[in-house]
Ligand binder design. Structure first.
Ligand SMILES: [Zn+2]
Length: 379
């Protein structure tokens, strides 16, 4: 399945809906959100690239997040919200605002680490991962958290009010319309995403806590671009397009109607597929460290980055990670050229330099095939 179409008939969308993502699949998901029921990830029609990019991040957050670009009516936010249901549950310290992992000393906040080192029995709970929204109008304090300076100075105590980056730790952080987000907030966000840590400094007082999250942004390119230097910091970027296949549109309508008529029955229909996908993601996480990437594949990836004139090493690193993650998800022991082919565009296309007078843009896929042939690799 290689089609990349798949939008969802926004013409017959109910007039009353006023959110940003206006697909049938999206509106069903939004309606369901109010009843606590989510449209199943595996019931989203087509959109293979978008689903693959989300699943790769679910398996391996080090892939670096994903930006999904598409017009209204392409089921972007539906897919993001549906993703959590196929993510594995996590064990967390129950009374910690950052939900620290109870057994991983290196990824704990300073409080949990101290308690752990003092042999305190940390209360543990198993919980599902969540989608934490970052609204466009959020202030910097709301995002990073705030330090009560008065208290810090007077009592010598560190009083920290956790923000969205605290909630996002070990969850999915979702920014709809990320291209409209204040530049400064985007910088803060991407810094935290890169370091896995949020550091707040106010007048010489500083506080830090773990903030590892899967960053997912969506945007409609018609409403403005993202700065190139920010674009480059998303691991993967996928462009989703509207549905042009009649069969797909019919199927989208059918599923939407079925979901609206009886969400519980509809979700039961997809329960097996959902469970299988969740198991595959868990298995891939466990297999990931053992996936080999041999020298020829490393040369393929490096060669593509050179040929495409990708700045810095982020392109190499991301493509390697994405390819290893896909191999793990597909149950493979090693990365092949085929694995690279399936993730090359989403890992590299947004890193190409667009020169203003260049007649033709470099094409990731044709460069892939050129370099692959030079190396005598099977596709
Ligand atoms: Zn903690």
């Amino acid at each position: 399945m290689t089609r990349r179409d798949g939008s969802n008939g926004e013409n017959d969308r109910p007039q009353s809906m006023t959110d940003h993502d206006t697909t049938d699949q999206a509106s069903t998901a939004d309606e369901a959100a109010s009843t606590g029921r989510t449209f199943p990830f595996t019931a989203i029609v087509d959109q293979a690239e978008m689903k693959r990019a989300l699943v790769l991040n679910a398996v391996n957050p080090d892939v670096g997040g994903v930006l999904i670009r598409g017009e209204r009516g392409t089921a972007k936010s539906t897919a993001v919200r549906a993703l959590v249901e196929v993510l594995p549950e996590i064990e967390a310290v129950a009374d910690c605002p950052y939900g620290c992992p109870p057994d991983d000393h290196d990824r704990m906040c300073s409080d949990c680490r101290e308690r752990h080192d003092a042999d305190e029995d940390l209360p543990v709970e198993t919980r599902p991962m969540r989608v934490v929204d970052l609204p466009l109008n959020a202030s910097e304090d709301r995002v990073v958290g705030s330090i009560d300076l008065e208290r810090a100075v007077q009592a010598g105590e560190r009083e920290f009010e956790p923000g969205i980056l605290a909630e996002a730790n070990r969850n999915v952080l979702y920014v709809d319309e990320v291209n409209l987000l204040d530049d400064h907030i985007v910088d803060v966000l991407l810094d935290a995403a890169a370091m896995g840590e949020n550091i707040v400094e106010r007048e010489g007082v500083s506080f830090r806590h773990p903030s590892e999250f899967i960053l997912v942004g969506t945007m409609n390119p018609e409403e403005g671009d993202l700065r190139p230097q920010l674009l480059d910091r998303f691991g993967l970027v996928v462009d989703v397009e509207g549905v042009t296949e009649v069969d797909d549109r019919v199927e989208i309508s059918r599923r939407r109607a079925a979901f609206e008529a009886d969400p519980d029955a509809f979700r039961i229909e997809y329960a097996d597929e959902q469970a299988t996908l969740r198991e595959d993601i868990v298995a891939a996480r466990e297999r990931l460290d053992d996936v080999a990437l041999d020298d020829t594949i490393a040369r393929l990836i490096a060669g593509m980055n050179i040929e495409l004139d990708v700045d810095g090493h982020r392109g190499d690193i991301t493509l390697r990670r994405a390819a290893r993650t896909l191999a793990a998800f597909e149950g493979e022991d090693e990365v092949t050229a085929r694995t690279v082919r399936h993730v090359a565009r989403m890992a590299l296309e947004h890193r190409l330099q667009r020169l203003p007078f260049e007649e033709e843009d470099q094409d990731v896929m044709s460069v892939f095939h050129d370099v692959r042939r030079e190396l005598d690799l099977e596709d």
